[in-house]
Design a protein around this ligand. Structure first.
Ligand code: CP
Length: 321
């Protein structure tokens, strides 16, 4: 789900804030519905918060950690399955679709084939063969539940209607996807916030997500007077999926925030301490990382509530708004 799938981002944000203020307002709306949460990759926050949100809405939930607990899956059409892959996506997703009303899927990009990742081939294959409404738990290109949680967190902490937000690249030991920064940019711009994106040359993001942001290689300039600083690593898009070599001096420290005295620090977690973000910032009152993680519950609740209402409407049942 991108912002294009949400007709009014502000309205969804308001719904999430209202649900947080009055969690009972949607209790049991999902009674009788089954949610399957399928993880092809590891997770702490997404798994716990989405399961909790669904239960709070009255849904039955089951989680499948597919990479460790299910059969190795084949995706190729026409494959002769005489090697290590025991089950084809057609049967695996087809079966999952028979068990659940809504299916959440985490499917990271492979970071090898840019077209395959950009086209969301894995997510779309699940969508096709489950033939059920799908909830993104972070796909190859986006992490919408994280971005909505980030928007909730900014709304709760902002003293301004249009805060200055800086998304700053951070070093890391591995090549990470671009889904979080892409999604973050898309959602912040849809909310009409002032977004600055700063990274070393060569780490350009896909302009289709960042159009409208101020993009620079000067970290000092981007951080100046920022109200919120979002710290995130991502790998290169050209050559695709390559980890940036160097950049250790991009680690965010208190010393770099002399010109941003009000800045709050954000990160989606998990975070590598003293590689991406310093202990002094993560342990300081500037840090909002736990608030963001807590708000994952309310972003999941708001989005699942909408999906449940759509399902009820399709079945000709009316539910309370
Ligand atoms: N931020 C986030 O999605 O965390 P997990 O990978 O632990 O779910």
């Amino acid at each position: 789900m991108g912002t294009a799938d949400v007709s009014d981002v502000q309205q969804l944000l308001d719904e999430a804030l209202n649900l947080k203020a009055d969690p009972q307002s949607a209790a049991d709306i999902g009674a009788g519905l089954k949610l399957g949460l399928v993880f092809l990759n590891p997770s702490l926050r997404t798994r716990l918060s989405t399961e909790m949100a669904a239960k709070n809405l009255g849904m039955d939930v089951q989680v499948l950690n597919m990479s460790s607990d299910a059969w190795a899956m084949e995706f190729e059409e026409g494959a002769i399955m005489n090697a290590d892959k025991a089950e084809h996506i057609k049967e695996a997703a087809g079966v999952i679709g028979r068990y659940f009303d809504i299916i959440g899927l985490r499917s990271f990009p492979g970071l090898k084939d840019r077209d395959a990742d950009d086209e969301e081939r894995i997510f779309k294959a699940f969508e096709k063969y489950t033939a059920k409404p799908m909830l993104s738990l972070e796909s190859a290109t986006r992490h919408p539940l994280q971005s909505l949680a980030d928007l909730i967190t900014i709304a709760e902490h902002s003293k301004k209607k249009r805060p200055k937000i800086a998304l700053t690249w951070a070093p890391h030991v591995k090549a990470l996807p671009q889904a979080v920064p892409h999604s973050f940019a898309e959602w912040m711009l849809a909310a009409c916030h002032e977004l600055h994106i700063v990274h070393p040359p060569g780490l350009e993001l896909d302009p289709s997500f960042t159009d409208g942001a101020i993009i620079t290689h000067n970290q000092e300039e981007a951080l100046e007077d920022a109200d919120f600083i979002y710290v995130k690593n991502w790998s290169m898009r050209e050559p695709y999926g390559k980890a940036y070599e160097g950049g250790a001096d991009w680690l965010l420290t208190e010393d770099k925030l002399k010109q941003a005295p009000e800045a709050k620090i954000m990160h989606c977690l998990p975070v590598r301490r003293n590689v991406e973000l310093s202990d002094e910032l993560l342990d300081s009152p500037r840090s909002l990382v736990l608030d963001q993680a807590e708000n994952r519950l309310w972003s999941a609740t708001a989005v699942l509530r909408r999906m449940i209402i759509e399902l009820h409407e399709k079945q000709g049942r009316t539910v309370g708004a």
